[in-house]
Design a protein around this ligand. Structure first.
Ligand SMILES: [Zn+2]
Length: 114
C-alpha cells in the first residue's frame, strides 16, 4: 500500500489565540479569541507548505532568533472546535509512521466535514 504524502507536524494541545481566524468557516475577526492548535514543524519550508493548504485560520510562527522552534498555528471558532479536534485526531493516527506525525490536505478537508 502506498502511503499518502504528509508534512511532518506534531500537534500540541488546544489553546487560544486572538484574531487567528477559523480554518473551517474562514471567519476572520481581529477582536475574537479563537481556539488554536500549534503544530511543531521541522523547517520553515514545511510550515509554509502547510500554511498554503489553509487560506484563512493558519499562521506560521517563525522567528529568526529561534530557527529550531517553528510552529504552524491552526485556528477554529467555538462552533468549529470539534473540527479542529478531529484534525488533531487524524494527525495523531500517523504518529507511528517513520515520517509522522504529519498533516496533509486530505486530513484538513476530512476534518472540515466532521
Ligand atoms: Zn468557524
Amino acid at each position: 500500500m502506498k502511503l499518502e504524502r504528509i508534512y511532518r507536524a506534531s500537534p500540541r494541545g488546544i489553546g487560544k489565540n486572538w484574531g487567528l481566524g477559523c480554518y473551517v468557516c474562514c471567519a476572520d475577526d481581529d477582536t475574537i479569541l479563537y481556539n488554536d492548535c500549534a503544530f511543531f514543524v521541522p523547517s520553515r519550508e514545511t510550515g509554509e507548505a502547510i500554511e498554503q493548504m489553509i487560506s484563512i485560520g493558519a499562521w506560521l510562527d517563525y522567528r529568526e532568533t529561534e530557527p529550531n522552534w517553528i510552529q504552524v498555528k491552526i485556528g477554529a471558532c467555538d462552533a468549529h472546535l470539534s473540527n479542529l479536534q478531529k484534525l488533531i485526531e487524524l494527525v495523531e493516527l500517523t504518529r507511528e509512521r517513520a515520517d509522522g506525525p504529519g498533516i496533509n490536505e486530505r486530513m484538513i478537508e476530512e476534518s472540515k466535514d466532521a
